[in-house]
Design a protein around this ligand. Sequence first.
Ligand code: FAD
Length: 380
Amino acid sequence: MVDFALSEEQKALVDTARRFAKERIIPIAAECDRESRFPMDVFKAAWDIGLINPSCPAEYGGSGMGEFENALITEELAYGCTGIQTSLLVNTLALTPIKLAGSEDQKKKYLGMLTAEPISASYATTEPDAGSDVAGMKTRFEKHGDDYVLNGQKCWITNASFSRFFVIFATANPELRHKGIGAFIVERDTPGLRVGKKEDKMGQRASDTAQVFLEDVKVPKANLLAPEGQGFKLAMETFNQTRPDIGAGACGLMRRAMDESVRYAKERVAFGKPIAEHQMVQWMLAQMAIRVEATRLLYQKAAWNLDHGVRDPIVSSYAKAFGADAAMTTAVDAVQVFGGNGYVKEYPVEKLMRDAKVLQIYEGTSQIQRIVIARRICAD
Ligand SMILES: Cc1cc2nc3c(=O)[nH]c(=O)nc-3n(C[C@H](O)[C@H](O)[C@H](O)COP(=O)(O)OP(=O)(O)OC[C@H]3O[C@@H](n4cnc5c(N)ncnc54)[C@H](O)[C@@H]3O)c2cc1C
């Protein structure tokens, strides 16, 4: 039986996250954007009510919710601010590879750390010369006795400035490309790990993004997450699991853009009537509503697949690619609906336009999603 309705528990979860966005995120979003500041008190408050690490299994202290619930929370928090939402929920990107490949000890220790107190963890594949081309990474690992030693540089790492540990991907030999990649859990205070400058971004400015330098960083054998040759697969499977969340974030941003646009269009008068009564404005508003609904269906199907063991990564790419592009178009249209007022910081939509752009870039660009999709449909 097909059923698109949320359960009572899911509805309650959406209500909680929606209220949190309204009361804790929206009132400070513009200020955090201006100051490029992540509100740590909001992180703690969200952690206290169970909105952080939602998909962490119950046996490691988490609430054991599914990817579906994770995505529902994402949509609601993104309605408040996708910058704050990205930093609030990026733990999912770090805990997913541990869930997928971690030993029992690693899960107990690191998932346990995330659920014991409000701390952040980061996920690091990207380097200055290897973003879309993950297999082109140059950060090296070498075996030294029982330990591993890491050298290299990661960039664009969300929450790096304050994360307590990092899931770091590195290669035994760059010439091996994807066959050389492994993954490690590296604690922040490990000697040789240094966090670099925080990026001064166009949008999602409340989210922390920084570089990570690794100089002779000694990682114990116990923190090897994926051995040589297994890291690339783990990175790709992680993205498969987290890309529906980008679609969900896009959906939240679009819903916000639509609500702001509808409100403004009903108030703003031109040629003797509210602009909401002009057909070309109505067209933009209607397109927004269609995109919200279509993106929601895609991200929910992708998340549902993950929770039900349906192996179909292409749907995660649909949700990510469609949602990100739809959010960008919708935010641009929202600025258009606001006219000149859309172009100034006094109104909320210029921020939405800046925030939307990165949805098309992080966790695999819109081009990379098309490559994944085209390869799959051509292989059938
Ligand atoms: C705010 C922010 C937060 C981020 N957080 C993280 C994080 O927490 N952890 C992490 O590891 N990374 C993170 N990233 C990095 C992000 O995943 C990369 O920026 C992204 O994968 C693109 O890589 P790149 O910037 O090197 O661009 P490039 O790979 O250099 O791409 C540049 C352009 O070329 C296009 N392109 C590249 N290859 C192809 C191809 N084969 N065919 C067609 N077009 C192509 C791309 O689509 C893009 O338009 C973050 C980035 C940002 C901006």
